[in-house]
Each structure stands twice: as C-alpha cells, then as structure tokens.
Design a protein around this ligand. Structure first.
Ligand SMILES: *Cc1c(COP(=O)(O)O)cnc(C)c1O
Length: 397
C-alpha cells in the first residue's frame, strides 16, 4: 500500500519535535547536531529568538493580503537587497528556488524582446547544474535521470561543460539570451567555478550582450561567508535568483535584477499569489537583521576556516574514507571513497546530521550561527563515525 504522503523522498526514520540553534530534538529525547540545516535553509538555526519573535508578532497581525496591495515588509526587504548588492535595482519575490529561476528566464527573454531581439531566447546552462524541479528548470538542469518520464523537455536550454570558457564561447549563438550558472554547483557535488572563469564569463557577456544570470539559491544569503558568492570573484551578475537561506527556513525566493531587465516586467507580465507576503518577508527581514549585523559574515568565514582546517586533518587521518574537501565558507563538501550514504548513516548514528550531494559527496551546511564548539563537536562525531567504518566493514559492502 502506498503511503498517504507521496513517496518522492527517501526519508530517514527520524522525526523531530523541536530545535534550538544547531540542535534538533526527537520527542523521545535524542538530540542531533544539525549540519543539514533543512538543506541549507535554516540560516539562523532553529528557533532563533529574533526570528521567532518577529514571526509571532507578524502572525498575530497579518499573514497574507495578496500583491493587489502594498506590502511594507516586501518594500523594505527589496530595498535592503538592492542596497546590499552592487548590481540589483529591483526585486521580485516568490516562494522557492525553482520559481525564482523560472522568473529569471522569463525576465531575460523579455528584456531581449523589448530591446528588439525576440529571437534571443536560448539559455546556456552548465553540465552538472541544478536549477529545480519545475518543467522548465528540469530542462535547465539537464540531468537525464530527473527528466525521464516527464515528456519532451522544455526547449531552449543548452548545456556546456562547467568551468570551460572555450566551450562556452563556442556555444554562443545570435539566439543566446543568457548564461545561467551557479557560482558553486551545490547538488552535483559542491563544485566551485574558478574565479578567472567567472571573470571571463562576465567579460564574454559584456562583449556579446548576453545576460549573466546567476543561480545563488544555495550559495546566496551568507552561505559562503559573503552575502553572495559572486562577490568572491569580484564580478556582478545582470540578474540573480536566491531562495534557500533567505527565509531562515520559511519559504521565500527572490529575483534580483538590474534596471534594464526589471523595466520590462510591467504590471501583468509576471505574478504569484503567495510571493512576497507579509509573513515571508518578515522572516527574510529578520534573517537580514542578523546577517547584516557587524561581524556576522566574518564569523561565518571564521567558522568555515575552522571546519576546513579540522576536516583537512580528518582527510589525512581517514584517507580510505575521505578523498577531498570542497566548497567555501559553510558550504562544504567531502568527497567520499565508500558510498556516501554509508558515511552519512554512520554520521547520523553518531548523532550528526549531514546531507549528500552528487559525485559521492558528503555535504556539510550547518546553520550560519554555528558556534566554534559545535564545529569541533561535529568533527569529533564525524571521526567517531569514521572509526565505525573499519576497512573490514567497508570491504564487506
Ligand atoms: C535548491 C536549489 C534550487 C531549487 O530550489 P527549490 O526551492 O527546491 O525549488 C535551485 N537552484 C539551486 C542552486 C538549488 O540549490
């Protein structure tokens, strides 16, 4: 018999009753150190006092009014996002990463159409990309496994090898509207674009009038230790999607665009019933209150550096299990030698929650508020997990 909850996820047999900071508690009293953070969404950890208080207050006033009226919380959030990015002039709010990416594609196509180039509608994407599970974003993702059985892929999306500027240049045509990429590919294994590559992509876009559309759904909102990951490369996108960490666990996505793209999105051109409602924007404003406080991002960088240092030691100690560390800030990947699910399960048995990514990578994405002590404890637990994975056990798999 099928369960009433559709079986689209392989779930761990664990249910949590409550959380606090970097910790999750089951109703029978077990506690887990949470380096999964709701798949890199719970930026402030669980039950963060400021987030809880502002959401409780807002819940007692208004949840939703629709975009037929002004929403001061959305106006404030948009203004803050514009202020804290170098390129963005205007913001559209939605509910998820895939929805933000869909809107991003619509916007770049419309901008070209309004500029007199209706044929410029192709989107160049990267091999190994992940942009979401809606029909068009499945085509943008391009992973045959995700596309199987869902009909003809949405046309207009093409793929080139990541980090290969020559391949990208060769794939450009007069029909290319935008290059869409993640500064660090998350789902496919925490694979970072080189700084020089991103700069060359920016230069190529400037040269050809193709828009640079960055998917910072996972890398954005402080995850890599800067507010947005593209800042590390010293480049600006023309348009960018964000989502995961933005609401601190509450669903909200956003598209940030420069004026020349945003100008075309006049009344009636795009919409969403729930997007940017007072509650969601209150959550995101509370997240920004924390992230923009002096020293917060520096602390994320420091925690990331500490974990990197400790993990490099683990790689030396457990060369038969851990092959390589990847990522930046608190978006960390560890490529494993045995099947990553074995390592993930062993970590969970040691009461450390991690997630996986493609390329046999164990993904560590703790709350951005994680303490130094919790980082050290996570490493201790990871080492305990490694100790249970004896060579004899691993060879018996
Ligand atoms: C998670 C993710 C998405 C999809 O976000 P949803 O909210 O699940 O639709 C898109 N792009 C990237 C880079 C992601 O990590």
């Amino acid at each position: 018999m099928i369960s009433p909850l559709m079986p689209t996820y392989k779930r761990a047999d664990l249910a949590f009753e409550r959380g606090e900071g970097s910790w999750l508690y089951t109703s029978d009293g077990r506690c887990f150190l949470d380096f999964a953070a709701g798949i890199a969404t719970c930026a402030l950890g669980h039950a963060h006092p400021h987030l809880v208080e502002t959401l409780q207050t807002q819940t007692g006033k208004l949840l939703h009014v629709s975009n037929l009226f002004r929403i001061p919380q959305a106006e404030r959030l948009a203004e803050r996002l514009v202020t804290h990015t170098s390129f963005a002039d205007s913001v559209f709010f939605c509910n998820s990463g895939a929805e933000a990416n869909e809107g991003m594609v619509k916007m770049v196509r419309r901008a070209h159409m309004l500029a007199g180039h209706p044929d410029r509608s192709d989107i160049l994407c990267m091999e190994g990309a992940f942009h979401g599970r809606t029909l068009a974003m499945l085509a943008a993702t391009g992973n045959p496994q995700y596309l199987e059985g869902f009909g003809t892929p949405v046309p207009g999306f093409y793929h080139v090898p990541y980090n290969d500027i020559h391949a990208l240049r060769a794939a450009l045509t007069p029909r290319t509207a935008a290059i869409m990429l993640e500064p660090i590919q998350g789902e496919s294994g925490i694979r970072a674009a080189d700084r020089d590559y991103l700069r060359a992509v920016r230069a190529l876009c400037d040269e050809t009038g193709v828009f640079l559309a960055l998917d910072e759904v996972q890398t954005g909102v402080g995850r890599t230790g800067s507010l947005f990951a593209h800042e590390w490369a010293g480049i600006e996108p023309d348009i960018m999607s964000i989502a995961k960490g933005l609401g601190g666990g509450f669903p909200i996505g956003a598209i940030l665009a420069r004026e020349d793209i945003a100008r075309g999105m006049t009344a009636g051109t795009h919409g969403t019933t729930f997007g940017g409602n007072p509650l969601a924007c209150t959550a995101a404003n509370a997240v920004l209150d924390a992230l923009l406080a002096p020293g917060f991002l520096e602390q994320v960088q420091a925690r990331g550096a500490l974990l990197a240092h400790l993990l490099d030691d683990l790689i030396v100690r457990y060369p038969h299990i851990l092959a390589e560390r990847r990522g930046r800030g608190l978006l960390i990947g560890l490529r494993c030698i045995p099947p990553v699910s074995v390592v993930q399960n062993a970590a969970r048995d040691a009461h450390l929650l991690c997630i996986t990514a493609g390329d046999n990578v164990l993904r560590l994405v703790p709350p951005l508020t994680v303490s130094e002590e919790e980082c050290r404890l996570a490493i201790t637990r990871l080492a305990q997990a490694m100790d249970t994975l004896t060579p004899e056990y691993l060879s018996s798999l």
